[in-house]
Ligand binder design. Structure first.
Ligand code: SF4
Length: 216
């Protein structure tokens, strides 16, 4: 029961319907995708992490005084023992979020976990890696995030929402501009005009600390 961990830290949750809350982050190392706009390239290689045991991580999280825990990456599901960590945390009463790319199956994730699943749009270069099954069996606790870089991404997101009838599955559909990509106001105006379900979000941690800072 070991995981390759790039970093752990406590910060203000910057995204999702949990934005603004204190959160303990576990950033796992390694990702099978290569999104063009990836802002965590430093965690992309599995070698970019140190080996940690699940009990050791749980001890550190327990001492932090923070009850909300997010597994992020990299791609957490690329490491099978991430499922063990999620299960152990939920059994101890922690509220657990999983940030995952949509390219690996999410069905085995413990049901108490809030799965935040990215649907990679064309500007990522990874659209063809999306697993349709991940977007057909969501629960109202789950969240689907569209990171939008340009107009083609936006149009694709609208199509995906309709194709999978996402709004009927979860109220948590997120629209997030690629940092430095589509202007915030342009995305907002499109969401307003099209009366899209869900919520627009801007990465709060980048507004607070700037886009280059890691560990926040
Ligand atoms: S899935 Fe996430 S970590 Fe992996 S390349 Fe894409 S943005 Fe980076």
């Amino acid at each position: 029961m070991t995981l390759r961990v790039n970093e752990t830290f406590v910060s203000v949750q910057g995204e999702s319907s949990h934005a603004g809350r204190l959160c303990f982050f576990v950033r796992l190392a390694g990702c099978p995708l290569a999104c063009r706009y990836c802002d965590t390239g430093y965690a992309h290689d599995p070698a970019a992490g140190a080996e940690r045991t699940v009990p050791d991580l749980i001890r550190e999280i327990g001492l932090s005084g923070v009850n909300l825990v997010e597994l992020t990456g990299g791609e957490p599901l690329a490491q099978p023992d991430s499922l063990v960590l999620m299960r152990e945390l939920t059994e101890r009463g922690f509220e657990v979020l999983l940030e995952t790319s949509g390219a690996l199956p999410v069905a085995a994730v413990p049901e108490q976990v809030c799965r935040i699943i990215d649907y990679k749009l064309p500007s990522s270069g990874m659209t063809e890696r999306m697993l349709a099954e991940n977007f057909r069996s969501l629960t109202p606790r789950d969240e689907v995030k569209f990171v939008i870089g340009d107009a083609a991404d936006y149009d694709c997101a609208v199509k995906v929402i309709r194709e999978f009838d996402l709004a009927a599955q979860t109220p948590h559909i997120l629209y997030s501009p690629v940092w430095g990509g589509m202007a915030f106001h342009e995305l907002a105006e499109r969401v307003i005009a099209d009366r899209l379900p869900g919520r627009m979000q801007i990465q709060l941690h980048k507004i607070i600390w700037g886009p280059e800072r890691t560990g926040v």
